[in-house]
Design a protein around this ligand. Structure first.
Ligand code: IVH
Length: 721
């Protein structure tokens, strides 16, 4: 069910337009268009809610209705100065007031002023300072819970009334429903006062919300737009049985009224006192003393937002000392002693300019939306994923549409859906192109596959670019300096065309390339050389075989120790390995049989990639008999212990001091004085790649010429930045 309530829950929302509240702060200039849009949306939402609920004759789809509500919510979040207690977003899922008896609040339920930035917070601190003549002695920082505000009244410890906030002065009596929420104490413990009224937020944990929507979908009932609407809808309907089934919870954050209780000096003391009566204190609530600590709390709360079990839309900061609160008092709308720092909205509406496709490293063609840039989830978003062609069709997103864009936390921005009520007929339906925009090869979608792919293989520049970037990335070949920029340069200059070509790059080939000097060339060459010796699991990851991720790669490396053996293994043998399975085995086999890939692997070997792991310690051999080695500095693929164990396992000897008798010094990063000593004595020095060769080949590896050290070069190099 969407923002509108289901008939079964008896809703006939029809907001009373005469009750529109005005806000105290004047709207900013330049927001006229937004203001108009908000007003228009409110009107249309009310109209369609009435068509649906009152007339039983909806004109538009639920999805369209929900998109309008989402857009209005986003705009209202962006423009708190245009807030309206009577907005349909405050009313969504609302039962008609006749459903519940009105409750006049003994003390008005105030709203909060909003802060949207650090500057707003600083301005608030300034106002506090001006009134108090000093900074407050402390603050309580709380999460702003995204749910439904309610007030609970207890007499001699017994719950007698539960009410919604309503317009702040008059709410609705929802006692029966609130009784059905397990987390709300019906009888207080400790030493309850004669009269107690507490305020808090009823909310639906995100997991409960997801489960509810799954059940709704199964029952072909409407889906809820978000946990807040679900919580509000579950409380503001007539059947307490429905409330009970909805897994609601509550956090209490404010004392409304107390008679016959203890003397309380601060808000944090109050919350602790309420805890003795049975109201659990939100564990994130913290007492701090400085504005800097307040900001630190806000930043952390924002980072933790995605990991919480319930939705938060900001942080509420309250001056802690009640004496200071009294001195600060209230404006017409809100206390001066508290402020709500609002997190940036995670959804926004913007125009979809185009749909383009991106060819990934496996050739997968992924459609993405090119958007009119919009600030959402704390960042400006100009592109958003559309996942695949089926998703575009399912959501019916068209080029030119107004769309809801969502960006939550670090998640990739996505297009939620179109606002079809804003279509004017000029929008065009998108189709997956039949040829790759990058290489012109056919885009094909195999039977039963969700994903369409470019068939160009290594001839497709987009695919090669992504493949190279992945190949060189951390966890794969880890070639430092080989990011998109370097990859693009090397591709553009045709220095490389496939990953194997990387290992045939020479300093000469890079000489004279703009932005590349001897230092950067030397660094890249050294990084490539180190990559030759990457552990087998990294090499497998680098190959980018579908369904063979890093954990499967580790399993394969441990089992076979050698890339050739893996690529030659029959499918059944691979599938039988614990941790591999049929899908990965089939994919691996298919990959290994493809001529392009066979050529790629051969070229890697020809370029000096080892792709073989040393035998584990314990399996002794005598390949290193008579070889005495000193290890200095940090190696990437080995701990010091592993390196020494590998030498010993090969029959070699590890010594701590360098002498003329030392066969080789293995120098990792930040080597000590042993390196200088070795150079002084003319003892061969090996880097990590050389060390791996030594383990593999024995003393023959010592006969190779070491790479010349690059000359230092003064200028910074943009090519490797
Ligand atoms: S204190 C007089 N604390 O935010 C102060 N409100 O925008 C009353 N809310 O109506 C509110 N978490 O529904 C307070 N920790 C918190 C809150 C909180 C959520 C809601 C509440 C209020 C709205 C104001």
């Amino acid at each position: 069910m969407g923002s509108r309530k289901r008939k079964a829950e008896g809703s006939t929302t029809d907001a009373d337009e005469s009750a529109v509240q005005t806000t105290s702060s004047a709207p900013r200039e330049g927001d006229a268009a937004q203001r108009e849009r908000i007003a228009g949306l409110r009107e249309r939402i009310r109209y369609h809610a009435a068509r649906y609920h009152r007339d039983d004759d909806p004109e538009i789809s639920d999805a369209d209705y929900d998109a309008m509500v989402r857009e209005l919510e986003a705009l209202e979040q962006q423009h708190p100065e245009l807030a309206d207690g009577d907005s349909p977003t405050a009313e969504v899922g609302a039962a008609p007031s006749e459903l519940f008896a009105p409750v006049v609040h003994a003390a008005r339920m105030f709203s909060l002023d909003n802060a949207m930035s650090e500057d707003d917070m600083a301005a608030w601190h300034q106002r506090l300072l001006r009134t108090l003549g000093a900074t407050p002695t402390g603050y309580t920082c709380e999460l702003k819970i995204d749910g439904l505000a309610i007030a609970l009244t207890y007499e001699h410890g017994k719950l007698v009334l539960g009410a919604t906030r309503g317009d702040g002065s008059t709410g609705e009596d929802v006692t029966a429903n609130l009784r059905a929420i397990a987390k709300i104490p019906k009888q207080l413990g400790g030493a309850p006062p004669a009269v107690l009224e507490v305020r808090g937020e009823v909310y639906m944990p995100t997991a409960a919300f997801d489960a509810l929507n799954r059940r709704q979908a199964e029952a072909q009932a409407r889906l809820f737009a978000n946990p807040r609407n679900a919580a509000a809808g579950s409380v503001r309907q007539k059947d307490a049985g429905v409330t009970a089934s909805r897994d609601l919870s509550i956090w209490i954050y404010q004392l409304g009224r107390i008679e016959g209780g203890p003397a309380l000096g601060s808000h944090s003391e109050t919350l602790d006192y309420l805890a003795t009566l049975g109201f659990e204190k939100n564990p994130a609530t913290t007492h701090v003393t400085t504005p800097a600590e307040v900001m630190a709390y806000i930043r952390q709360a924002q980072l933790d937002r995605g990991a919480r079990a319930y939705q938060t839309d900001g942080v509420v900061v309250k001056v802690d000392a009640l004496a200071e609160q009294r001195e600060l008092g209230f404006t017409a709308k809100a206390p001066r002693w508290a402020i709500a720092f609002k997190f940036p909205p995670e959804e926004q509406v913007t125009r979809l300019r185009a749909i383009e496709i991106n060819i990934g490293r496996t050739g997968a063609a992924t459609p993405f939306a090119v958007l009119e840039p919009v600030f959402v989830g704390g960042a400006t978003v100009g592109m958003a994923t559309l996942h695949n062609a089926d998703e575009v069709a399912r959501k019916d997103v068209r080029i030119g549409d107004w769309v809801v864009v969502r960006r939550a936390g670090d998640v990739i921005p996505e297009v939620v859906g179109p606002v079809t009520s804003r279509r004017d007929g000029t929008e065009t339906v998108w189709q997956m192109p039949s040829v790759c925009p990058s290489c012109g090869s056919a885009i094909v979608r195999a039977e039963g596959e969700k994903i369409a792919r470019c068939s160009g293989g290594f001839t497709c520049p987009s695919r090669v670019r992504e493949y190279l970037f992945h190949f060189a990335s951390r966890g794969a070949m880890d070639i430092e300096g080989m990011g998109y920029r370097t990859v693009d340069t090397l591709l553009a200059l045709r220095k490389i065309a496939t990953p194997g070509d990387i290992f045939f790059l020479t300093p000469d080939a890079l000489q004279g390339v703009e932005g590349w000097g001897d230092t950067s060339i030397g660094k890249l060459m050294a990084a490539i050389d180190r990559a030759r010796a990457r552990p087998l699991a990294n090499v497998i990851v680098a190959l980018g075989i579908r369904h063979v991720g890093s954990s499967a790669a580790r399993v394969l490396a441990q089992r076979y120790r050698d890339l050739r053996a893996i690529l030659a293994a029959p499918e059944e043998e691979l599938a039988a390995i614990d941790g591999i399975g049929q899908v990965s085995a089939a994919s691996l086999r298919q990959w290994a049989d493809e001529p392009d890939n066979v050529a790629l692997v051969e070229r890697l070997f020809a370029g000096g990639v080892i792709a073989r792991d040393p035998e584990p310690a314990g399996e002794r051999s005598d390949r290193l008999a008579g070889v005495s080695v000193v290890v200095t500095g940090t190696l990437e693929g080995f701990t010091r212990e592993q390196a020494e164990a590998a030498i010993v396992a090969g029959g070699g000897k590890v010594t701590s001091g360098v002498s003329k008798k030392t066969s080789a010094v293995i120098a990792g990063a930040s080597p000590g004085s042993k390196l200088a000593k070795a150079q002084q004595l003319g003892v061969p020095v090996l880097d990590e790649a050389g060390f791996v060769r030594l383990l593999e080949q024995g003393p023959a590896a010592l006969e190779r010429e070491p790479e010349p050290e690059p000359e230092p070069e003064p200028e910074p190099d943009p090519g490797l930045a």
